[in-house]
Design a protein around this ligand. Structure first.
Ligand SMILES: [Cu+2]
Length: 148
């Protein structure tokens, strides 16, 4: 009798620990490794193009519209500010051809240097989607770069 009680207790303890472990993994996995903005931004040697920051939240880009100087290199700083939610940054040229594709996990910052040499509107959006829910773009996560 005593040994059965002990077995049940040990199993409960095992499952409790398993649940706690899985909860820990689910909470922290998408955010790891957590890097500060400074660490995450690779340093370029030499050229130092002007930087423009776009924050990615659930489910909006901020700002959603930026004006970019034609033919000038520009560093786009993409910061995923969402808690646990991964986003991507898909940029198209005025003809609808994708010219940049970046997956940015929760808490991550990426730096991409672009030179847009053709005037026009460059739409960008996040097409991430969870199961049957609407995509982030459908939730309003889109914007545009304007090259006058
Ligand atoms: Cu998204």
């Amino acid at each position: 009798m005593k040994s059965i009680k002990n077995t049940i207790f040990v199993r409960l303890d095992y499952y409790t620990r398993l649940v706690v472990f899985l909860a820990w993994v689910m909470i922290f996995w998408p955010g790891l490794p957590v890097a500060t903005a400074e660490e995450a931004i690779p340093q370029m040697s030499g050229a130092n193009p002007p930087e423009m920051v776009i924050d990615m939240e659930s489910y909006v880009f901020s700002p959603a519209e930026l004006t970019i100087e034609k033919g000038q290199p520009m560093a786009l700083i993409l910061r995923n500010q969402s808690f646990l939610v991964p986003h991507n940054f898909l940029l198209e040229n005025p003809q609808g051809v994708r010219i940049l594709e970046a997956d940015i996990s929760s808490g991550e910052t990426q730096r991409h240097v672009l030179t847009l040499s053709e005037p026009g509107i460059y739409p960008f959006y996040c097409d991430k989607q969870l199961l049957f829910f609407p995509s982030h773009r459908e939730e309003g996560m889109e914007g545009r770069l304007i090259v006058p």
